[in-house]
Structures are given as structure tokens and as C-alpha cells.
Design a binder for this molecule. Structure first.
Ligand code: G3P
Ligand code: CA
Length: 282
């Protein structure tokens, strides 16, 4: 009895050891060059590994690195201005505290949004969707994510209003995890390209759901860790495109390429990637 227990314990320790060796081997393996010809590269929150996310500097850096699109997150301030930031509070990425929806544009503009990333970026301001469009429309593709629309009644109308000042092209895409919000955007302006961000809890997505989503969305976007090649093939069969995001693990880019996706949303804005870059922690 005791011998059997000991044997099982030894086998378990040996199994853990083998797992550890495999893991170390995987991590230390260099990222191979991957053929990304023809794939869309999207600088996630701007080039968020190189500059403070969702700032003018990060978007500019994304362009310098050769990204085809920059991705930006949008919220609504207390006085109805569209604010570019990832979180619904200013706490993590500025020197202030509080909810964006409780602050006016004037209050938000007093905050400093660069030095949390590096002192060299001290003084980088929060920007608005209007400012993003004025600076970057026509220079690079824009992937605009509506964040937590349930917090901001009427945000779809405001986003559509700002975007209506610029001709809708293949280079402007509105995305969200909130499908109802995207349907609203589509109703407001059927010419705008829509991308559905798939929540991990919605995956695997059924074929009838893909039929429904591709009826109004050009893109169905997935976290690369939570999608199969079969699903990507099914989106393609319906005439849709797929962007995957893999902001932290560079090796997942190789997987994305092998899955034949249309593009990658990543903090590492161009491939092959450099090693000495900072990874966003959230
Ligand atoms: O574009 C995909 C990605 O932006 C979704 O995640 O949290 O970075 O907005 P998050
Ligand atoms: Ca985003």
C-alpha cells in the first residue's frame, strides 16, 4: 500500500519535471521568422509596448513601425466627449484618479498620461476621438473600439457623428465586445465597417451565430488563444475576415499565421519583433 503510494508520488514528480523541461524549452526557443506578407498589422492601443498606450505618441510610433492600422479604445466623459483610453478609470494610465464618466473634458485634459510608461513621455495628454481622427485619418487605418457601451448611453450616436465627418473607407473599422452596440452603429451608418470582438465565453461560436454576425460585420475578431482554425475557415466561407489579438505572447503570432488569419492586433507592432520591449501589464 505504502509502496504504491510512493510509486505514484515519484511518477507525479517525474511528470511535473517533464512538464517543466518542455515549458523551459518552449520559452527559450527563439521566435522564428514568419511570413506575414499580405496580413494586416494592427498596433494595439497604438504601439503599446513602445510608448504610453492610447496616446498620440503611441499611435505615431505604430505608424513609424509600419503598422497598417492603429487600435484605439473609446469612452465618454461627463460632458459627452469621446475620450481615448483603455480603462474606464484614469487610475492606471494617468496621474489622476476617478471614472472617465464622472470627469469633464477640461478635467481630463489636466491629467498627464505618459510618465506611467516612462519619464521620457512626461506631459503626454489624454486625447479625444476628434483629435485622433484629425491627426491620423488618411495616414493609417483606424480600428476604433467602443468600450463598455452600457456605461455610456448614446455613445454610438456620438461615435457615428464624429466618423461621419470623414468618408467611410476600408481603413476605418468600429469594433466592440458588445454586439448590440455594433448593431446600433451599423443602423446609424451601414457604410461603416464593423468588427465583432468575440468574448472567450462566446467561443466556440456556433455556425448560425457566424451567419448572423457576418450579416452586418466585416470582421469577426478573436483572442488567438480562444479560436480554432476551423472557426476562422467558417468566417472566411461566409465572406468575413478575421483579426486575432495576441498582445503578450509573440509565439502566438506564428500560430496566427498558420491559421491563415487576415491580420494581427498586437503590442509588438511589426514582425519579426524585437526582444527588448516593454509589455503592457493589465
Ligand atoms: O483589439 C482587441 C483588443 O483591443 C481587445 O482587448 O482589452 O486590449 O481592449 P483590450
Ligand atoms: Ca482595445
Amino acid at each position: 500500500m505504502i509502496r504504491g503510494w510512493k510509486r505514484r508520488r515519484i511518477a507525479f514528480i517525474a511528470f511535473l519535471g517533464a512538464c517543466l523541461i518542455l515549458l523551459v524549452g518552449y520559452i527559450s526557443q527563439p521566435v522564428k521568422d514568419v511570413d506575414v506578407e499580405g496580413m494586416i498589422s494592427v498596433a494595439h492601443r497604438g504601439a503599446a509596448s513602445y510608448a504610453p498606450e492610447n496616446t498620440h505618441a503611441a499611435f505615431q510610433k505604430g505608424i513609424e513601425l509600419g503598422a497598417d492600422f492603429i487600435e484605439a479604445d473609446v469612452h465618454l466623459s461627463k460632458d459627452g466627449e469621446l475620450i481615448i483610453m483603455h480603462d474606464e478609470t484614469v487610475n492606471r494610465t494617468t496621474n489622476g484618479t476617478g471614472q472617465i464618466r464622472d470627469m469633464t473634458l477640461e478635467e481630463l485634459k489636466t491629467l498627464e498620461a505618459g510618465s506611467h510608461f516612462h519619464p521620457d513621455y512626461y506631459g503626454e495628454p489624454i486625447i479625444t476621438l476628434n483629435e485622433l481622427m484629425e491627426s491620423f485619418y488618411g495616414q493609417v487605418g483606424l480600428l476604433i473600439e467602443i468600450k463598455h457601451p452600457a456605461l455610456y448611453p448614446g455613445i454610438e450616436e456620438k461615435v457615428a457623428e464624429v466618423l461621419s465627418q470623414y468618408p467611410a473607407t476600408d481603413s476605418v473599422i468600429v469594433q466592440s465586445f458588445d454586439i448590440d452596440s455594433l448593431k446600433r452603429i451599423h443602423e446609424l451608418d451601414p457604410d461603416l465597417q464593423i468588427a465583432v470582438l468575440m468574448k472567450a465565453s462566446f467561443v466556440p461560436v456556433s455556425l448560425w451565430q457566424l451567419d448572423e454576425l457576418t450579416s452586418f460585420a466585416t470582421y469577426i475578431n478573436f483572442n488567438i488563444s480562444a479560436v480554432s482554425k476551423r472557426t476562422i475557415d467558417e468566417v472566411h466561407k461566409r465572406g468575413g475576415k478575421v483579426l486575432v489579438w495576441s498582445k503578450k505572447d509573440k509565439r502566438l503570432i506564428q500560430k496566427a499565421v498558420s491559421y491563415d488569419v487576415d491580420g494581427i492586433i498586437t503590442d509588438f507592432s511589426r514582425w519579426p519583433v524585437e526582444e527588448d520591449i516593454q509589455v503592457v501589464k493589465d
